[in-house]
Structures are given as structure tokens and as C-alpha cells.
Design a protein around this ligand. Sequence first.
Ligand SMILES: NC(=O)c1ccc[n+]([C@@H]2O[C@H](COP(=O)([O-])OP(=O)(O)OC[C@H]3O[C@@H](n4cnc5c(N)ncnc54)[C@H](OP(=O)(O)O)[C@@H]3O)[C@@H](O)[C@H]2O)c1
Length: 245
Amino acid sequence: MEDIYILGNGNMAKAIAKGLTKFNFNVCFVLRNINRVGDDIKNYVLYDNFDIENKICILCFKPYNLEEVANKFIGKCAKIIISPCAGVKLDDLKVMNAKFYARIMPNIAAEFNKSCTTYVLSDENNCLKDIALSIINALGNAIKCDSDKEIDLATAINGCAPAFLAVVAEAIANGGLSIGLKNEKSYELTRALFSSFESLINNNHPAIIKENVCSPAGISIKGVNKLEEYGIRNAFIKAIKESAT
Ligand SMILES: NC(=O)c1ccc[n+]([C@@H]2O[C@H](COP(=O)([O-])OP(=O)(O)OC[C@H]3O[C@@H](n4cnc5c(N)ncnc54)[C@H](OP(=O)(O)O)[C@@H]3O)[C@@H](O)[C@H]2O)c1
């Protein structure tokens, strides 16, 4: 298996490391400071002792750190650079020399190999493409984008909408509490609901799911009508538009 160097040890770095380790990749964190080494970091090297030459590197620092990090490796050439840095375009990554680049936008469900990861590649014909894709696919569902612009737009869904769904989940559980269910039971039901919905949405158009759940004059369509009365559809469309600006 390939050795993969993750530059950084924050939330995204740890989520990616956990996901890749489950797929038997050898992961090593590249750190600035030895004091940042917690129990969850077994394999690490400090920047001062690290050389990117011919290495596979995943950039898990903040976008504005790119130039500073690139300056540490002038004259060196990585094998593959994979970057989840928000807003950093493929061309921007070239301040760090590499044979192949992938810009990705994962989410922290990468930890459970359930990220929804969008990606664009620097060169579709490069022989390193398959290695890069095996890494991206290990994080969960991988969705190819046509351009940097498309990845930016898609981020409103795969990057931001998990927060919207968290609001929905909390609201449903609070609804359960309001009608007299115990709080714990409400959350247990809500988690199971999201889990069963995964199979439904993967196999049906949302409109069909709605039709199949709602019977004539039944309780589900009453609930759906109430949501529509409060403008839920428009609220979500506006939220996606807002997150994409
Ligand atoms: N979190 C998410 O859900 C998410 C989703 C998609 C994409 N991303 C992207 O993932 C990247 C990391 O985000 P995060 O949420 O993991 O951030 P984070 O938890 O704040 O971690 C930031 C990391 O950057 C390191 N760092 C700070 N200053 C640095 C410098 N000057 N040089 C080198 N490293 C430096 C920090 O190291 P120290 O511990 O030494 O300070 C830390 O390991 C970002 O580019 C973000 O856009 C994150």
C-alpha cells in the first residue's frame, strides 16, 4: 500500500487519516509542533525532517497557509498533491511542485468512509490518476466535477448542506419531544430514520418517495402540507443559494 503524508493534524486531517487507515493505507502526519501530538497520532514527522520529494501529500492546513508551506519545499517535487483546501483552485496548487494534482472537497464523514467528495484532476491521462482516485474513493462517494467552478458550486451541497440536515434532524427530534416522546427515543428514531432514508434516496427520485409514503387524506400528506405552508422548499433553495455565494 502507498504511504500517504497528511500535512496538518486538524479536524479534516484526522477524519481523512481514520478513513484511509481503514483501507490499509499507511498514513503519516506532517506536523509543525511536537506538542500537538495526541494519543490519536501514532505516526508523524515534523516539517523540519520532511521532504516532499516523490511523496503523496494531502494538504490539510488552512488555505492561507499554502504559500508558507510551499516555501519550505522549493526545488522539490511531490508525486501527488491532493488538496481539500476550500477555495484553492487546481492552478493555485502549483506553487507546490508535483507530478499530479487533485483538488477535492470532502466532508468529515471521511472518517467513516462516507464522505461525499467532489474532485477535479490536473490531468486525466496521467498514470498517477488511478492512485489518486483510489485515495479519493476510500473516503466515501466520489463525484467528479468538470471544473474548479463546479466544485465551488457543489460545495453548497456536499460541504454546507450537512449542517442543514443537522438542523432538520434536530427539529424532527424536537418535534418528537413536543408530542410526548422521550428525548432519547426521539433521537434514536431520528438516527434510524436518516439511516433508512439513505436506501430510499439511493434508489428513488424524492418525489416518488413522497408519493409512496403519503396515502390519500393520510397523516403524512398532512405533515407535508404543513411543511409547504411554512415554505420549507423555498427555505432550502434559498439556503443553498446563500451558501454558494
Ligand atoms: N473541517 C471541515 O469540515 C473541512 C471540509 C472540507 C475542507 N476542509 C479543508 O481542510 C483544511 C483543514 O481544515 P480543518 O477544519 O482541519 O482545520 P483545523 O482543524 O483548524 O486544522 C488546521 C491545521 O493547519 C495547521 N496549520 C496552521 N497554521 C499552519 C501553518 N502556518 N503551516 C502549516 N500548517 C498550519 C494546524 O497545525 P497546528 O496544530 O500546528 O496549528 C492544523 O493542523 C482547510 O483547508 C479546509 O478548507 C475542511
